[in-house]
Design a binder for this molecule. Structure first.
Ligand SMILES: *Cc1c(COP(=O)(O)O)cnc(C)c1O
Length: 244
C-alpha cells in the first residue's frame, strides 16, 4: 500500500473510533475531555506511528519490549516528542530496565518485584540522561473470577499493598488502574467486570488521591468502558486494521 493510502486508511479508522467515543460519552453523559485514546500500534511499523502522530494522535501503546524499544528509537525526534508511550504488555522483571529507556507510562505493573526493578531502572536512566522524568505507572488488575483468573494482573486483594509499594518508591508515580476484560463475557458480564474495576479505583483513591486513571476498553468493548468510568481507552484493531 502507498504511504498516502495508508495514511488515509488510518485517518478514516481514527475518525470512526473518535465518533464511537463521542457517541459513548454522549450516551453516558460524560465529558469527552475525560477520555484519552491510546492507539495500540503493536505489530505495526514506526511509519504507522508517524502517520498517527501527523493525524493528531498523542498516545501510543505497545506490548512487547523488544519491538517497542526499536520502534520508538526509529521515530524522528520531533515525532517522539509529541507522543506519550504507554507500555501495556506483560513485563518480565529482567526487561524492566530496558522499558524505562523509552516508556513514559507502564500500565501493566502487577507485582512488587517489578515495582522495585522499574524504580531501579528509572534511577539508572535518570543518572545516564536517558530519561528526564519519573515513570507513571498503573497497576494491572485481574478481573477474572474463579477459573477465569489468569489473563494477567494482580488480584484485587493485592492492589492496596502494591499501591503502597509504588508510592514508596523514589522514581515511580502511581496514576491508577488498568485491566483487560476477561475473555468470553457478554456485554453484561463485561460491564460487571468494569464496574468491579471502578469500585476498586474508588477505594484506591481514598489512600492515593492522584490515582485517577482507569485504563479499560479496547476495540470490542470501548463503549462499555466509557459507561463504567474509564479514563483511558487502548484501541488497536479498530485503528490499525487487522494484524499484518
Ligand atoms: C492489543 C491490546 C489492546 C488492543 O486490543 P484491540 O482489541 O486490538 O483493540 C489493548 N490492551 C492490551 C493490553 C493489548 O495487549
Amino acid at each position: 500500500m502507498s504511504t498516502d493510502a495508508r495514511r488515509e486508511e488510518l485517518a478514516a479508522n481514527l475518525a470512526a473510533v473518535h465518533a464511537r467515543i463521542d457517541a459513548a460519552c454522549a450516551a453516558a453523559g460524560r465529558d469527552r475531555d475525560e477520555l484519552t485514546l491510546i492507539a495500540v500500534t503493536k505489530f505495526f511499523p514506526a511509519s504507522d506511528v508517524a502517520h498517527l502522530a501527523a493525524l493528531g494522535a498523542r498516545h501510543i501503546g505497545e506490548n512487547r519490549d523488544q519491538e517497542a524499544g526499536s520502534k520508538v528509537a526509529e521515530l524522528a525526534p520531533d515525532v517522539r516528542a509529541q507522543l506519550t508511550v504507554h507500555f501495556i504488555g506483560q513485563l518480565q522483571t529482567n526487561k524492566a530496565n530496558h522499558v524505562t529507556r523509552y516508556a513514559d507510562v507502564v500500565q501493566s505493573v502487577d507485582r512488587a518485584k517489578l515495582v522495585r526493578a522499574l524504580d531501579r531502572g528509572v534511577g539508572h536512566a535518570l543518572d545516564e540522561g536517558a530519561r528526564h522524568t519519573p515513570l507513571e505507572v498503573l497497576l494491572q488488575v485481574d478481573l477474572g473470577e474463579g477459573e477465569d483468573r489468569g489473563r494477567g494482573g494482580a488480584l484485587p486483594e493485592d492492589i492496596p499493598g502494591l499501591a503502597d509499594a509504588v508510592a514508596g518508591t523514589e522514581h515511580l508515580r502511581l496514576r491508577g488502574l488498568m485491566a483487560v476484560a476477561p475473555l468470553g463475557l457478554d456485554e453484561a458480564g463485561t460491564r460487571a467486570a468494569f464496574e468491579r474495576l471502578r469500585a476498586l479505583s474508588q477505594s484506591l483513591r481514598a489512600d492515593h488521591p492522584e490515582s485517577t486513571w482507569i485504563s479499560a476498553g479496547m476495540s470490542g468493548d470501548l463503549e462499555t468502558a466509557v459507561t463504567c468510568g474509564a479514563t483511558h481507552l487502548r484501541v488497536g484493531t479498530s485503528i490499525m486494521g487487522s494484524r499484518l
